[in-house]
Design a protein around this ligand. Structure first.
Ligand code: URA
Length: 238
């Protein structure tokens, strides 16, 4: 593909702006200045640098953000900054969006992607992708609450009960909940229906992909092919 098209596809602006970047000598490929915007490259598995900053080439890009509280997942945030404001502007320019949503006060693992098929597949209830949440709850957890969460609780907008795949008390006030559906405020509403209240909520895994310890809140990393495969991993039975 022509270099100017690659830059455009990767979110570096309209074609004219990308051509100008190249002509100004600001783009390097494999360490060499690339001065011809129409030069053909196959950058699969590699990348390019703009103003000395390396940018891996992704035909379709997916990243993991450790979402902090106080940011909205919507593309048009209304009351708080949007998650895209935590990412390089190229992410918004190439149409990346959050895969599902976390509430403004929820932290943790949020995927953003411009891969329509992936976004659709992860959202599909038929795929039953596990989302693991760690909730701090107001009242001490008891067996009755855990049993209700596992057996299924009724939310006011649907008579069909929703059940957690797992509900584990890590300690008196820390609940791990695994869900395969993703309704509005689902964890908070399920915990409320079981007679408790969520004070803090963090998503710690999607499928077999666990929030990495070296991605602090408010920062992000690209997903590798191995990471993408983990999203579809079935739960390991021991
Ligand atoms: N369930 C909730 O209640 N909130 C979230 O952000 C995610 C799941």
């Amino acid at each position: 593909m022509q270099l100017e098209r690659i830059l455009q596809q990767q979110g570096f602006g309209v074609r004219k702006a990308c051509r100008a970047l190249v002509r100004q000598g600001r783009v390097t490929v494999a360490g060499k200045a690339a001065k011809d915007p129409e030069a053909e490259f196959d950058l699969t598995g590699s990348g390019f640098a703009v103003d000395g900053v390396f940018w891996p080439y992704h035909a379709r890009a997916t990243l993991l953000l450790n979402k902090p509280a106080g940011v909205e997942c919507s593309r048009r945030p209304r009351h708080y900054p949007g998650v895209l404001s935590l990412l390089p502007p190229q992410c918004a320019a190439r149409g990346m969006q959050s895969v599902g949503r976390l509430d403004v006060d929820t932290t943790g693992l949020l995927l953003l992607s411009d891969d329509g098929q992936l976004i659709h597949a992860l959202a599909s209830p038929r795929r039953k992708v596990r989302k693991t949440y760690r909730a701090t709850v107001r009242h001490p957890l008891d067996e009755a609450q855990l049993a209700a969460l596992r057996a299924g609780v009724t939310l006011h907008d649907d008579p069909a009960p929703v059940a957690a795949v797992k509900a584990i008390a890590e300690d008196a006030h820390t609940l791990t909940l695994i869900l395969t559906s993703g309704r509005y405020h689902q964890v908070k509403r399920m915990v409320a229906a079981a007679g408790n209240r969520v004070e803090k909520l963090c998503r710690i895994a999607v499928g077999g992909l666990v929030l990495p310890g070296d991605v602090p809140e408010g920062t992000w990393c690209w997903l590798t092919q191995a990471d993408l495969e983990k999203l579809w991993e079935e739960e390991k039975t021991s």
